[in-house]
Design a protein. Structure first.
Length: 123
């Protein structure tokens, strides 16, 4: 049996962070939970991301199988993004991160102030 090399990602936490750790990836995933959005809609929600950076992060999430991109053959081009089943499975992780971060900020006497809003119940 060959030993694992350092470059192989076999740590579950490290692999998760690799997949969702981009600057805007969690915001993209969060905004796509339960809905399909166009690029312009995502840009409005994540207004600190440049179009180039948003495109890069969307491509990485698509390549990793977390979201799907649907292109319509119309002029002007229409592209929609939605989560795959794998991407949707991240919801509990993202909700836990949101809650932990909210609690931490409140303990520090700070109010959460980002584009992420509490998600509706998943029932």
């Amino acid at each position: 049996m060959q030993p694992k090399t350092y470059n192989e990602k076999c740590c579950p936490v490290e692999k998760t962070l690799e997949l969702i750790g981009g600057k805007y990836k969690t915001l993209i995933l969060w905004n796509l939970i339960g809905q399909t959005l166009r690029f312009s809609d995502l840009q409005k929600e994540i207004n600190t991301a440049t179009p180039r950076m948003l495109t890069k992060q969307l491509r990485e999430l698509e390549n990793d199988g977390l979201l799907k991109r649907k292109v319509y053959a119309v002029v002007p081009p229409k592209v929609e993004y939605s989560l795959t089943e794998l991407g949707s499975s991240l919801r509990p992780i993202l909700e836990s991160m949101y809650q932990w971060g909210t609690d931490f900020l409140l303990q520090q006497g700070r109010k959460p102030c980002c584009s992420m809003k509490k998600l509706p119940s998943n029932e």
